[in-house]
Design a protein around this ligand. Sequence first.
Ligand code: 13P
Ligand code: SF4
Length: 379
Amino acid sequence: MNLVLDDLPAAAPEAENVCSLENYLALPDHTMDARIAAARARLGATTILLGHHYQRDEVVRFADATGDSYKLSRIAADTDAKYIVFCGVHFMAESADVLGRDGQQVILPDLNAGCSMADMAEISQVEACWEALEQMGLADSIIPLTYMNSSAAIKAFCGERGGLVCTSSNARAAFEWAFARGKRILFLPDQHLGRNTGYAMGIPLDQMVVWDPWALQGGQSRATFEASRIVLWKGHCAVHQRFLPSHVDQVRAKYPGIQVIVHPECRWEVCQKADALGSTERLIALVEQAPAGQMFAVGTEIHLVNRMAKRFAEQGKRIITLDDTGCLCTTMYRITPQHLCWALENLVEGRVVNRIKVRASVKRWARVALDRMLETSAG
Ligand code: 13P
Ligand code: SF4
């Protein structure tokens, strides 16, 4: 694809004369639509807007492509657009920057759009964990594997030590890759995805041990680590952790024949009771493939569930949330139409705001870890 930079001014250094975000935040949502559409049209093929499935409707409707974190990372790796505006969270934008080419720039409309799970593993804690495993004489037998939901520094840590990255849509392939190269896996930072994946591969729960970064030596004895196949970092998603096994029992009792489908970030007890697990993209596909008349309870973020309910009602499929208090990812929700409009209108003026730029030294090994994921999942 040829870049159409035509009459756009050349990008000025960041934050020079930036239209103030505060002026945008005071404006009502409905006034943003026409402005976003106009700025988007003006930017043409120079820009691609990526939207994660958890984004609110008012934002995701402008996305050129939507997807789970794997699909969006592939698009980021393949696009020729000069600007990638990522409507998602920080770790996704960082990954897009790592996978992008020289000259491409990634923009996250609100820098506060982080991920509380990713924040549960600090690079210094992971280094301390590895050092402890080295002192126990176990590091040589462990392949570090990190969920996409982690900082670029942790991805680089894994890449440099012979490990890789995975998402919820390719975790099993990544585990198989790692087990072909080492006796054990250190899985960061989501204990639930790690446990669910390991268990589905036939690894018993007692061979999966939790590393608590706040406890001395991870809170376990050397013998426990030595007997394990998977060391699970003590991290979780607060959104998905809210789904409980009792919710599955309740919907099954109330709606006989209902299918329960959940994201693998849900706790093991919930996943065991569910009919199927999947990434956000896979959850949508499961409903797509179902016959008309089927009812589903979906255990994932509420914006996606609501959008699915609306979309599939037309096909006679009923969708409800697994927990009717509605689980909201507050950090995804931080990307508002006002933030998107501000980022795009600045871009039209040649100003790049909120650029996500991973340090070159980190980028190098994070790229290795991400490329291993892409190769493992290809085809
Ligand atoms: P997906 O890769 O399934 O979209 O998941 C990303 C995420 O953050 C889920 O909480
Ligand atoms: Fe992070 Fe959970 Fe939000 Fe996904 S749903 S971005 S894991 S906090």
